[in-house]
Write a protein that binds this ligand. Structure first.
Ligand code: CO
Ligand code: CO
Length: 321
């Protein structure tokens, strides 16, 4: 999450990544030289099934560790629950989903906190570790790099369709699997091959997170919009105006740093769509791009799409082609 304009920024010689760069997670150098990565994420229900919500919330919270090149180690569970309104059996199903996802990631649940809350909320604070030479911040993209995305987008639009009861069950099932899938395999490939920068595509959408990476790296990018992978059904929903408020706000924000050319509104909204546990967005040297794409495909990544190129231009700006 980006800091508020007047938010005080902590500075310390061992704080390698803090609030100032708007990166995925904080990174602290420990006395033994290892790097500790910390993040937190929680949200209100976005799908109907409590177990799916738990799985998605956990995979989403873990993702910021993967986006930094780290391995998750421990998690603390955060729960807001309307005790008078919803049963604790339902909460039990949420927790089972969340804990199963942590187990899949090899991350230990070691504590947490719950409060009575009129609206249910669920998520985790996650701590992980990363080797110093494997840290992937959002600040290392260089002109000539290719941009690679490891999951299709459209989960914000489809989540809104779920809320409105307008989503086709097959489209919903696909979106749930995308949102619940760990970014672990993609992160392993990134670590093995070595890249210049990585972030995960979440609430600010593809354009917002790319813009953040470009600004932090002092570069610009061209995005090939037809190369951006979409979940089936997302485009039709966007054309029908099924769009979350966050996506609309993302688009307004993106207009300040994006040149859309003649792209129509539905396509603009899709590129700005607020994702939950979206894929990794990677800036990789042109010479390593094919190797990265092949390794991602071999590891079963949902997508391994070359969506654009980093260029030398006004830092933080995006051109759509
Ligand atoms: Co992130
Ligand atoms: Co986050």
């Amino acid at each position: 999450m980006r800091p508020l304009r007047n938010h005080p920024i902590t500075l310390h010689p061992d704080l390698l990544v803090g609030l100032s760069s708007g990166d995925d997670a904080g990174v602290l150098r420990l006395p033994d030289g290892r790097l500790m990565v910390q993040t937190v994420d929680y949200f209100t229900p976005i799908v109907d099934d409590p177990g799916d919500w738990g799985r998605i919330a956990a995979a989403n919270a873990l993702s910021d560790i993967y986006a930094m090149g780290g391995t998750p180690s421990t998690a603390l569970q955060l729960i807001g629950w309307p005790r008078g309104k919803l049963s604790f059996d339902l909460l039990g199903e949420v927790i089972l989903g969340g804990v199963a996802k942590l187990e899949e990631a090899g991350c230990l649940l070691i504590g947490g906190h719950s409060i009575d809350d009129p609206e249910p909320k669920y998520g985790f604070s996650v701590t992980g570790f990363v080797e110093p030479d494997r840290l992937t911040t959002n600040a290392g993209a260089r002109p000539g790099d290719r941009l690679v995305l490891t999951k299709p987008i459209g989960t914000g639009i489809i989540s809104t369709a779920i809320k409105n009861g307008k989503a086709d069950p097959e489209v919903v099932a696909e979106a749930i699997e995308v949102m619940a899938e760990l970014n672990a395999a993609a992160a392993r490939v990134v670590a093995a091959i070595g890249v210049h920068a990585a972030t995960d595509v979440t609430g600010f959408g593809l354009l917002g997170h790319l813009g953040g990476m470009l600004a932090a790296s002092g570069v610009a990018a061209i995005v090939e919009h037809r190369a951006v992978p979409l979940i089936d059904g997302a485009r039709e929903l966007a054309e029908a105006g099924v769009v979350p408020g966050g996506t609309g706000r993302n688009l307004v924000a993106a207009e300040r740093f994006t040149e859309f050319g003649d792209l129509d509104t539905a396509d603009q909204l899709i590129l700005a769509d607020a994702q939950t546990n979206g894929g990794l967005l990677i800036a990789v040297a042109a010479s390593k791009t094919l190797e990265l794409v092949e390794a991602l495909t071999a590891e079963g990544a949902r997508a391994a799409a070359i969506v654009g190129e980093v260029v030398e231009d006004r830092p933080g700006t995006i051109g759509i082609r």
